[in-house]
Design a protein around this ligand. Structure first.
Ligand code: G6P
Length: 615
């Protein structure tokens, strides 16, 4: 979704805000804007359609002085992406400027009331309604900005993270959160930073406060952080230490974050397993399983809720948990689950998987599960995000910030955590023999090294990629554990190259997609050596018989498939259930190189946002 940055202090605000926006551009980027209280005391708002770079160009000849400012990257929800609808929005008198992430659901009702009182609007956004409402309340009741925000938020239905500058109080930013993340950074000189996540703040301070839902914070230069709620009750902020290093946020010599993140995966999975798998590689310890063992192992059913790539990881989790723990698992799109009036039992365990920990639909699904009395477990990457805070327990995937919009390392991190979780629970439930458990744990620790080998296919894939740039449709086939890999491979291609692609269970191809196959349709088949290997070979032959062009992902040493496939990509062998961790690597690389060949902006695909914090 949108990104928010703010600064108030002694330093020049403009460079901090622009850099912060660039850090957050991965969240959404159809327009950007900035508000600064200049040295002369004026409140200047500059906005531009497009990327932060366009805003920078727009600001070149403008007055960007001042040490207080707020800034925003937008991913449109209300109103087309243009500079009028971009944030910040001025209040009617021009005294206030406000930025907002989220959706004000009752904005039309509020807008009608304001129009009836003679207030006119420049944009069609819900955000402008909010700033007009706050100013109207402030002026008509002659109260402070904080008081006006409290009164206004009582009237607002929806999700928001907001930040407001008041020209008359150039040393203060007022901000608030409800269902949309906001982090305050505490500077060393009594100065304050503000952002949607900690990444733009990490360069300046490691002391942060994650605001909670309902919090309203007053950041006043040189004064202690004040946090209250809409009823003016004092809240006690919890200061946390963050450890996001700058190196983690930069591209480290790679042309795109996505490629960096693909190559980081072996190191990330080592981080993910560190401290959880013992040095002898025969035991997994997850504190969440120790603390809530009874709840987890006695689950009558597990329901996994997630969106996008995280949902694909959930499909793999289902197979792992069902086969190792013998507990039935359902995997639900969070967006469907929340509105389907699902049957939820108090002895269900609901696992919410989310890279960002902020996806609105997944959060709503959690809330529904909690209300029904289920035990809710989170699998997240972003530390301190809303999902980890709203679940009873969980496991972080610990793969570091993921910046590329197309998720890669978070997916393999999620699958790794789900593998560890399934093994831990199976061991507790005695549903797998101890020797098999140990063998599987050992094999899991070998995955990062096998991924390194799989990454060596990069050059071959880079050479192959131009062949596929002409394609208008592609088919990805896999069975068993490799079926979700096919779905994920197709999603990656769609997301960044804009080529239509479908993932399908290989055997189901006969029931429809086979009609599409001709010599123009590339078919990618994941045909690693497993229980269904022979059957996948038959599926490849069915494709070939219709003139289809097959690229097969196979296990090293395979001599059979090369007889039928046009191209072969070879991967190291592993246990069938861990195959997705290896087999997804060439598909990530394929999507990446095809998109690069087509000249696409891999890290910023059109219309997509890294974190979808609206439904
Ligand atoms: C967006 C992102 C996807 C991600 C999905 C779920 O669509 O572009 O990459 O898989 O949201 O996000 P989450 O943060 O909940 O995993």
């Amino acid at each position: 979704m949108c990104g928010i940055v703010g600064y108030i202090g002694e330093k020049k605000a403009y460079p901090i805000l622009i850099k912060g926006l660039q850090c957050l551009e991965y969240r959404g980027y159809d327009s950007a804007g900035i508000a600064l209280i200049s040295e002369s005391g004026s409140l200047n708002v500059y906005k531009a359609k497009g990327k932060v770079a366009d805003l920078k160009v727009f600001c070149e000849d403008k007055d960007v002085t001042g040490t207080a400012g707020i800034a925003h990257t937008r991913w449109a929800t209300h109103g087309e992406p243009n500079s009028t609808n971009a944030h910040p929005h001025y209040s009617a008198s021009g005294r206030l400027a406000l930025i907002h992430n989220g959706i004000i659901e009752n904005y039309l009702t509020l807008k009608e009331k304001l129009i009836a009182r003679g207030i006119s609007f420049k944009s069609v956004t819900d955000t402008e309604v909010l700033v007009q409402l706050i100013e109207h309340i402030m002026i008509s009741n002659d109260i402070t900005l904080l008081e006006a925000v409290q009164v206004a938020l009582h009237q607002v239905i929806g999700a928001y993270a907001i930040a407001i500058l008041d020209r008359r109080h150039p040393d203060t930013i007022v901000c608030a959160r409800q269902s949309s993340p906001l982090v305050v950074g505490l500077g060393a000189e009594g100065d304050y930073y503000l952002a949607s996540d900690a990444s733009p703040i990490a360069e300046y301070t490691d002391r942060v406060v994650y605001l909670n839902d309902g919090d309203i914070a007053v950041l006043q230069l040189g004064k202690a952080l004040k946090v209250v709620n809409i009823d003016n009750e004092t809240q006690h902020p919890n200061v946390k230490q963050i450890d996001v290093t700058l190196g983690q946020l930069e591209k480290g010599g790679y042309p795109f974050f996505m490629l960096k993140e693909i190559f980081e995966q072996p190191a990330c999975l080592r981080d993910c397993m560190r401290g959880r798998i013992n040095v002898d590689a025969d035991r997994i310890t997850l504190s969440a399983v120790i603390d809530y063992c009874e709840k987890l192992v006695s689950a009558r059913r597990i329901v996994i809720v997630a969106c996008g790539t995280s949902w694909h990881a959930g499909l793999i989790g289902k197979q792992l948990i069902e086969s190792l723990c013998r507990i039935p698992v359902e995997v639900e799109y969070a967006s469907e689950f929340r509105y389907r009036d699902p049957v939820i039992y108090p002895d269900d365990v609901v696992i919410a998987i989310s890279q960002s920990g902020e996806t609105a639909d997944t959060l709503a699904a959690i809330e529904l599960a909690r209300q029904a009395g289920a035990f809710v477990f989170g699998v997240c990457n972003a530390i301190g995000a809303s999902i980890p805070r709203q679940t009873q327990t969980g496991v972080y995937i610990h793969v570091g910030p993921e910046i590329g919009v197309a998720s890669t390392k978070a997916f393999t991190g999620q699958v790794t955590v789900l593998s560890m979780l399934a093994l831990c629970m199976a061991n507790e439930r005695h549903t797998i023999p101890v020797e098999l458990y140990k063998e599987m744990v050992r094999e899991l620790t070998l995955i990062p090294a096998k991924m390194e080998k799989a990454l060596k296919t990069n050059e071959q894939i880079e050479r192959l990629a131009p062949i596929f740039t002409y394609a208008r449709n592609c088919l990805y086939l896999g069975r068993g554990y490799n079926y979700p890999v096919a779905l994920e491979g197709a999603l990656k291609l769609k997301e960044i190259s804009y080529i239509h692609a479908e993932g399908y269970p290989a055997a189901e191809m006969k029931h429809g997609p086979i009609a599409l196959i001709d010599s123009e349709m590339p078919v990618f088949v994941i045909a690693t050596r497993d229980r269904l290997y022979e059957k996948v070979i038959s599926n490849i032959q069915e494709v070939r018989a219709r003139g289809g062009r097959v690229t097969a992902i196979v296990t090293e040493g395979d001599t059979q498939i090369q007889k039928f496939a046009d191209h072969i990509i070879t991967l190291p062998d592993t246990l069938e259930c861990f195959q997705p961790l290896i087999a997804s690597i060439p598909l990530q690389l394929l999507a990446y190189h095809i998109a690069v060949c087509k000249g696409k902006d891999v890290d910023r695909p059109r219309n997509l946002a890294k974190s979808v914090t609206v439904e």
